[in-house]
Design a protein around this ligand. Structure first.
Ligand code: ACO
Length: 420
């Protein structure tokens, strides 16, 4: 770390905007600075673009009532959900991610080549590797971007946005693309009425850009309590069957709804308070809270816990159900579209989910999207087409090289068969 005074003061302004206890904070900051290496400069991380993508197919409560013993009235009363989108045919977590990313870059008027980092928060990737983020990187032609997936269930978008903001602040990335994307209906047990009524598919993305102008993401908090892991589970390839054999289990969600409900209402209220205080604000300063869209009753209970009117909480759970890591960025896109988010607003994004995990981010919304001409948009579409062609070209070239120079991957004995 360099002892750059400008950097130190900017870092504290980001995480504790306008707080009064300056002396205590400065000495705490000095102690922390001595403890760990820090980059030589720190910036502010602003959200400059946003976009979403949802599948075409709408699945209504009435249709679910034909699959399990439930009805529209019960689902609406207990959850607020009226319908959700489900991915069909060629729609996957990756295709939804790509579409939302392109929309967000379009909004920000930023080219894929300028992106330094792509993080996809998802619990439903097509592959453990390659990551969904790597597939997005290739598809949009983000030639120089680092890419990885992040798993924190429904808190995933908060974790991904916070991680991206930290990378931007410390200067390791200038432009980051953060995507929350899920196809949870592919891992839903359609015979379990306690869960199949809840989930939906979709993706949302934001572009985060570094700037010396104060504002943007003001605080970020993430928490976890693994002792509650069994309350909400989705087994994966490494899971062990009851007999002790590792391998593919039923890939469906299992949930203790009542316990998750109790945890969610408490966690959302407390982490929101903490994130707001960390940003140097009070709850009265907050214009809109964009919560994870799991259940209308959970959001209303959190509002009561925070002594805030329901109108300060954006909700679109009625149309999309719980889209896990995608729900906050989808809700953000629609809140902006509906004029619920205005320049200079103070927002809170708050999420909770499996893990158990929960987290919140306070944002000073200080962006006015640039006007983008039709020709500019068209030019970008052409470039996406070229990226696809370039990707195909590279794959073909790799095959040709392998055939000509005999560079096929050697036969390797799998490690678990072991040597004697
Ligand atoms: N239709 C009709 N009746 C139902 C249904 C249904 N779909 N589901 C449950 N019931 C019945 C139950 O069997 C029970 O009947 P009983 O009283 O005869 O035993 C009764 O309704 C009440 O059941 P509860 O489970 O107590 O219902 P509750 O009011 O808690 O609502 C719900 C259930 C909607 C699942 C709620 O608990 C909830 O939303 N929990 C939070 C879930 C959540 O947010 N999960 C996602 C977390 S994010 C992530 O990481 C993926």
């Amino acid at each position: 770390m360099t002892n750059n005074g400008r950097a130190a003061s900017k870092t504290s302004a980001v995480s504790n905007n306008g707080a009064s206890a300056n002396g205590a904070r400065k000495s705490a900051a000095r102690a922390a600075a001595n403890d760990r290496p820090r980059p030589h400069y720190a910036r502010f991380a602003h959200i400059v673009g946003w976009g979403m993508a949802v599948p075409e197919r709408v699945l209504s409560n009435h249709e679910i009532a034909r699959l399990v013993d439930t009805n529209d009235e019960w689902i609406v009363a207990r959850t607020g959900i009226k319908e959700r989108r489900i991915a069909e045919g060629k729609e996957t977590t990756t295709t939804l991610s790509i579409e939302s990313a392109q929309n967000a870059l379009e909004m920000a008027d930023i080219s894929p080549e300028e992106v330094d980092l792509i993080i996809v928060a998802t619990a439903t990737p097509e592959y453990s590797f390659p990551s969904t983020a790597s597939l997005v990187q290739d598809a949009i032609g983000a030639e120089r971007a680092a890419a990885f997936d992040l798993s924190a269930a429904c808190t995933g978008f908060i974790a991904a946005l916070g991680t991206a903001a930290e990378s931007v602040r410390c200067g390791s990335a200038n432009i980051a693309l953060v995507i929350g994307a899920e196809t949870l209906t592919k891992v839903t047990d359609w015979e379990d009425r306690g869960t199949c009524i809840l989930f939906g598919d979709g993706a949302g993305a934001v572009v985060v850009q570094g700037s010396d102008v104060p504002g943007g993401i003001m605080s970020y908090l993430l928490r976890s309590d693994g002792s509650g892991g069994n309350l909400l589970t989705l087994p994966s390839v490494g899971a062990t069957r009851p007999g002790g054999v590792a391998g593919l289990l039923d890939h469906t969600i299992d949930m203790n709804g009542r316990e998750v409900f109790r945890f969610a209402t408490r966690a959302m209220a407390s982490i929101t308070r903490e994130a707001v205080a960390m940003a140097g604000l009070s709850m009265e300063n907050i214009d809109l809270i964009i919560p994870h869209q799991a259940n209308r009753r959970i959001i209303e209970a959190a509002a009561r816990g925070l002594e805030m009117p329901d109108e300060k909480f954006y909700m679109n759970v009625d149309r999309y159900g719980n889209t896990s890591a995608a729900s906050i960025p989808i809700a953000l896109c629609e809140a902006v579209e509906e004029g619920r988010v205005r320049p200079n607003d103070r927002l809170v994004f708050v999420g909770f989910g499996g893990g158990l995990t929960w987290g919140a981010i306070a944002v000073h919304w200080d962006v006015t999207p640039p006007e983008v001409s039709r020709w500019h948009r068209l030019g970008r579409q052409v470039r996406y087409g070229l990226s696809r062609a370039r990707s195909v070209g590279r794959r073909v070239l790799r095959r040709v090289e392998g055939a000509v120079f005999g560079m096929q991957a050697p036969e390797v004995e799998p490690p678990h068969r072991g040597k004697k």
